[in-house]
Design a protein around this ligand. Structure first.
Ligand SMILES: Nc1ncnc2c1ncn2[C@@H]1O[C@H](COP(=O)(O)OP(=O)(O)O)[C@@H](O)[C@H]1O
Ligand SMILES: [Mg+2]
Length: 342
């Protein structure tokens, strides 16, 4: 069912979307286990409590949150694998759970921990199967497959049984198969999980190149903040099934991290007089000084230090993005601050 709504500017639209699960309670001890077997008790888990978001066509959005926050459940609802318990939901103007052919042929869900490739077949045969499922024209298929093989550097693993591939090879073949029908929307759930840093970088670069060429809308979850920083300008952060931040990643880092740490080695054990406001010396070990300064003053501070002629070495550090995001869930004050922005 294609829905005609004023949401046509949004590729993804949800309003107070929610999904509950009834989980069977486990019991301790034999007597309780027997009782629970005869009359099982259930507990309601609100995996996604209320989530409203709008994502425009061609955007890349990082979807972040701790384990159990509700990210995978949301992506499953957006791709039509799970029926929502409440709220509104549209992707490309469709109601995902109807799972119409027209809708399914325009989306892809890639899950780092699950696979679309057939375990016993070499990837090239899975590609052929997908060609027939999606009814792709032979010429289009050949062109796309060659392009993807080239971009993902997978020419040497196409004929090998999937079960014998390394995780990195398999993940790149997963991406190839998911992109064969050239989806307009790509849901990526931990696409680089378990991969080494080199392979993570390869996949990141591929996604950037692919996005530059074909401009799909991408909603991406990842535990690796380098993925998010490299790919997404905007992030949506959720916790306990609720949105706690939606905005630019740069705004988030700026607000959550108003200061930077500057480490400077001087050829003097006396710190020079510098007329820059709010610069604090945090520690000193002979001629090595650690300073804290507001982000906006760091450039001026570095210049002033170099101009003294005393500076041997100077480094400027950011709080790692992992810590910034982590703080969103642990620091009550910051949490409150961001709730007001949502
Ligand atoms: N099929 C399911 N049955 C029961 N509970 C589930 C199911 N899927 C997810 N949950 C629960 O919903 C919550 C959110 O899970 P999930 O969406 O996988 O979070 P995330 O992907 O952010 O780690 C968790 O508490 C999880 O245990
Ligand atoms: Mg998940």
């Amino acid at each position: 069912m294609k829905i005609s709504t004023p949401n046509c500017d949004n590729c993804v639209f949800t309003e107070e979307l929610g999904r509950d699960f009834n989980i069977r309670q486990k019991s301790q001890g034999l007597a309780a286990s027997i009782k629970n077997f005869i009359r099982p008790s259930y507990k309601l888990v609100e995996a996604v409590r209320s989530l409203s978001m709008r994502i425009g066509f061609g955007e890349i959005v990082g979807f972040l949150g701790p384990n159990g926050a509700g990210k995978t459940t949301t992506l499953k609802m957006l791709s039509g694998l799970l029926f929502p318990s409440r709220g509104k939901l549209e992707v490309l103007g469709h109601s995902p759970f109807s799972r119409e052919r027209e809708f399914l042929s325009q989306i892809s869900l890639v899950m780092g921990q699950k696979q679309n490739l057939w375990w016993d077949l070499p990837p090239i045969e899975t590609f052929e199967i997908h060609r027939s499922i999606y009814n792709l024209d032979e010429k289009d298929f050949r062109g796309r497959i060659e392009e993807l093989i080239d971009m993902l550097e997978i020419s040497d693993c196409l004929e090998t049984q999937t079960r014998k591939l390394s995780l990195g090879q398999r993940m790149r073949c997963e991406l190839a198969v998911s992109l064969l029908h050239r989806p307009k929307v790509l849901f990526l759930d931990e696409p680089t999980i378990g991969l080494d840093i080199l392979m993570q970088k390869k996949i990141r670069k591929f996604l950037l190149d692919y996005h530059a060429r074909f401009k799909p809308t991408i909603l991406l979850t990842s535990h690796y903040m380098d993925d998010v920083a490299a790919l997404a300008k905007r992030v949506i952060v959720i916790n306990n099934g609720l949105k706690i931040y939606d905005g630019l990643l740069s705004d988030l880092t700026e607000k959550m991290q108003p200061e930077k740490i500057i480490t400077v080695i001087l050829n003097s054990e006396t710190f020079p007089k510098i007329e820059i406001p709010n610069v604090n010396i945090v520690s000193q070990e002979s001629n090595l000084f650690r300073l804290k300064a507001p982000r906006e003053n760091v450039g001026k501070l570095a210049a002033a230090l170099y101009n003294t002629g005393l500076t041997i070495d100077l480094t400027i550090e950011d709080t790692p993005l992992e810590d910034i995001i982590g703080n969103l869930f642990t620091e009550k004050s910051n949490f409150q601050q961001f709730r007001t922005n949502v």
